[in-house]
Design a protein around this ligand. Structure first.
Ligand code: ADP
Ligand code: ZN
Ligand code: ZN
Length: 817
């Protein structure tokens, strides 16, 4: 061993650039990717990840030693660290920002209070001390540390603090303020007795327990239970069945009558149904697979452009099989895992327990368990939304990005603002893996890359089973209005068609992209509209909860009975949300079962799963919902899809608005007529002639793509340029603008008026009492994005020389989406 000092660079969960240097204590054998605890600043302790080692003693400051190693095993793979570095670099954030996002929070250490035994003390034989105190003291002989929560479990008591205090006062235990993992494996207690019905000793024991009838009864039940099977019995289940408590079982254990032991159990439920064989592929599917394989010889990435219901999932399954056969693993990325129970169930039917699902509704402990199982190679396939790409998967062979056009693949609400699809391509490269991007309505970025030959392209334009694509019909709402053919917001045509569909014993899906009852309330006499006090947006009226709500900051207030301004009682609503449509439909179809699917109605855990089941079992005839109903649902009996107001999809202040409107319409249309009978889609719109509605209703993807791509080229938008958006945020509007303006001005010498835009206030200029300004930079194909990023960072540093600018929050968003 060299006697040179060794230093480790450590990644810490801090929004500061780079890694941090610590000295490795002599004789410690550490590995890259291991977790360690280090002290940062005066008091704070953090968990960090070892990034690298070296012998260069920092000259400017005195390094601290690494405090402790958290486990022997490596926790983050070297290629993951490389991916983190790429993300930090490309998306302009710190390595710590990536680390914080990539890691389940329960694996980050915090100071916590646990208790431990004071060694060498006898339990006092005093009257006053409680039985509970004794139980905890005794439990501490089996485990060195017990948390407050665990103590509560052991005693089956809500408040154990008094018991712990008792022990503390007697000097029997002490607090342990060592760093404790938040992650605790779920402990299950089992009980067992060696005494059987046939034993002579049975009678003795029963008489011994004469004075403790509850103990006696539980003991007897346990004997009876073990008569059937000699396996240990789960204590919690046993108590549920026969009553009693852990304390009673403990007393039996103390007397040596039963045995009490613990086992850690898996929280993640195993899949234990029978596995299904893989379907035979249709001719078109086989051809697509063949083309994908051919393409993969030349390209690392293939875009599978398969119309809705063309059977892409079955193709993925076949491809996955191949990869697994080679001993490699698969990462299956989805936009939103909670909306895809149908898909995960289909995959589980084929692959069973080889699949690990990284569910966004998992709690921290479940996440940790999945992380550990992944690094232990317990899974061959990992499925999840964008954060699952941070799982420590070894020997990755294939990444599937399903619904690659979906906006939720981009993380917008917290750092890093990464796009899971684009990052997946980098991950695949680091791993030598292949990537399949799948969509019925590819993003124009990927479509363009395919057309340029940068990635492979395979088209599948037939629905599985020879089913025809649905018939699309646009209903002109202006005409319907004139001819008085509207019932609320439902046209006669749609109403009649719903009736027919029900008559034929089929189901209906209705799509309206706004939730609540109405997006705006207005006073009939003075025109006043209630706005959010914190944001520059009108409040949405929610009729079911009698509230006005802000969909941006969560503010809510009771619905007023009078106008705030002129006190008139004549208030009307403008625009329509899902609640109103549901109300209309309930009025028109009082004898049918109608369910709403939006954020408001799907808040509870499993609400979504339950509704899907009910719809599948045909307990529900019609689903009314927001975007949620457009995504990937596969129901056999849906023959009609109605879009209430397609116009509301078109008018967004975003250069991608048209592309997205096309995608939404085609995706929701794809829910109709997925088996045998041809489906029908009715699109209600005021601007019935709009070219996007025309393209969508004729499934003219290529024409739409070409037209929008021309516009993007002319007006310098992606994929022809790269964009970086810089957002300025401050409570004071003036300071916010001045800062943004100073920043933009300092960059003008490098850009022209076409490539540096702003500062401009976004369409919602104030949110949560903060004002926003944006500066947009466009990077031309002949420019180096790397250099531009350096310019932007340098400009930020210059800006921070001016004190009054420092309080303005500035965020970079690379490839805004
Ligand atoms: P997509 O993902 O392209 O919209 P799906 O994979 O959901 O399409 O397929 C549409 C329907 O056709 C599903 O119900 C699926 O089970 C069925 N299907 C697709 N391929 C096959 C096959 N080879 N054999 C049997 N059923 C299939
Ligand atoms: Zn008024
Ligand atoms: Zn608000």
């Amino acid at each position: 061993m060299s006697d040179k000092q060794t230093f480790a660079e450590i990644i810490l969960p801090l929004p500061l650039d780079g890694t941090f240097t610590y000295e490795v204590p002599l004789g410690w054998d550490l590995k890259v990717g291991q977790r360690v605890a280090v002290q940062f600043g005066k008091r704070k302790i953090y968990t960090g990840i070892i990034h690298s080692f070296h012998h260069n003693k920092p000259e400017l400051y005195k390094t601290k030693f690494i405090e402790s190693i958290l486990e022997e095993e490596v926790f983050v793979l070297p290629q993951q660290i490389k991916l983190w570095e790429w993300i930090a670099d490309y998306y302009m954030c710190s390595l710590g920002d990536v680390f914080k996002n990539a890691f389940p929070t329960a694996l980050k250490l915090e100071s916590d209070t646990f208790v431990k035994l004071v060694k060498g003390k006898e339990f006092p034989a005093e009257e006053g001390i409680s039985k509970n105190a004794y139980l905890i003291w005794e439990a501490l002989h089996h485990r060195s540390l017990i948390s407050v929560d665990e103590a509560a479990d052991i005693l089956d008591l809500k408040s154990v603090i008094p018991v712990l205090k008792e022990l503390l006062d007697y000097g029997l235990i002490e607090l342990d303020e060592r760093l404790i993992e938040k992650y605790t494996p779920k402990i299950e207690y089992y009980i067992q007795t060696e005494i059987s019905l046939q034993d002579d000793s049975l009678q003795d024991v029963l008489s011994e327990l004469e004075k403790a009838p509850k103990q006696r009864e539980l003991f007897f039940q346990l004997v009876m239970r073990q008569q059937q099977s000699s396996k240990p019995v789960l204590a919690s289940k046993f108590i549920k069945e026969f009553g009693g408590s852990y304390a009673i079982l403990r007393s039996l254990a103390d007397k040596g009558i039963i045995k009490f032991f613990e086992d850690t159990s898996d929280r993640i439920q195993e899949f234990d149904e029978d596995l299904h064989d893989i379907h035979a592929l249709s001719e078109h599917q086989q051809k697509a697979i063949y083309e994908i394989r051919t393409n993969l010889k030349e390209h690392d990435t293939v875009l599978l452009h398969g119309v809705t219901s063309s059977g892409k999932t079955e193709i993925y399954i076949k491809l996955i099989e191949r990869v697994l056969a080679k001993g490699k693993k698969v990462l299956y990325l989805l936009p939103e895992i909670s909306l895809t129970t149908q898909l995960t169930q289909r995959l589980q039917k084929h692959f069973g327990n080889q699949i690990g699902i990284y569910h966004s509704k998992f709690n921290q402990n479940e996440r940790v368990e999945l992380w550990q199982k992944t690094i232990n190679n317990d899974y061959q396939i990992l499925i999840g939304a964008r954060s699952s790409m941070f799982l420590p998967i070894q020997d990755l062979g294939l990444i599937i990005v399903d619904e690659e056009h979906e906006t939720s693949l981009k993380q917008n609400d917290s750092k890093p603002n990464f796009h899971a699809r684009d990052t997946a391509l980098v991950l695949a490269k680091l791993e030598g893996a292949k990537t399949i991007l799948g969509s019925a309505t590819p993003s124009l970025e990927m479509y363009f890359a395919a057309k340029q030959g940068k990635i492979g392209y395979v088209e599948l334009s037939h629905r599985f089973g020879g089913v025809q694509p649905p018939v699309m019909e646009i209903i002109d709402l202006r005409r319907a209005q004139k001819k008085k053919e509207l019932n609320g917001d439902i046209s006669m045509r749609l109403e009649n068609q719903i009736r027919d569909t029900f008559k034929n014993d089929k189901q209906v899906i209705i799509f309206q992209n706004r939730r609540g009852y109405a997006p705006v309330m207005e006073c009939k006499s003075c025109g006043h509209t209630p706005y959010c006090p914190n944001c520059d947006v009108a409040l949405t009226y929610h009729r079911l909860s009698h509230q006005l709500k802000c969909h941006y900051c969560g503010h809510s207030q009771a619905k007023p009975n009078k106008c705030y301004q002129c006190k008139s009682v004549e208030l009307e609503t403008k625009g329509i949300g899902t609640e109103q449509i549901e109300e209309d439909l309930l009025r028109i179809f009082p004898n049918n079962s109608i369910a709403r699917m939006d954020v408001d109605s799907m808040r509870k855990k499993f609400a979504f799963e339950k509704l899907i089941k009910a719809f599948e079992n045909r307990e529900v005839d019609m689903l009314v919902g927001t975007q949620m109903v457009t995504k990937g649902l596969d129901f056999e009996h849906v023959n009609l899809v109605g879009i209430i107001r397609a116009d509301s999809l078109l008018n967004f202040p975003d250069f991608r608005a048209h592309e997205r409107a096309f995608q939404r319409i085609v995706q929701v249309a794809g829910r109709a007529g997925r088996r045998k009978d041809r489906g029908l889609v009715l699109i209600q719109a005021f601007s019935a002639d709009h070219k996007i509605l025309q393209y969508a209703s004729q499934f003219k993807y290529h024409e739409m793509a070409q037209e929008i791509l021309y516009e993007r080229r002319d007006f310098l938008y992606p994929p022809f340029v790269k964009m970086i958006e810089i957002t300025f945020r401050h409570k004071n509007r003036d300071r916010c603008y001045k800062t943004a303006n100073y920043y933009a001005e300092s960059l003008r010498k490098y850009f022209d008026e076409k490539t540096l835009l702003g500062p401009e206030a976004p369409s919602i200029a104030r949110m949560n009492n903060n004002y926003y300004f944006k500066v947009l930079v466009k990077i031309l194909p002949n420019q180096s994005a790397k250099k531009v990023k350096i310019l932007l960072k340098d400009a930020l540093e210059n800006l921070h020389q001016v004190k009054s600018f420092r309080s303005v929050r500035i965020d970079f968003d690379v490839d805004p989406y």
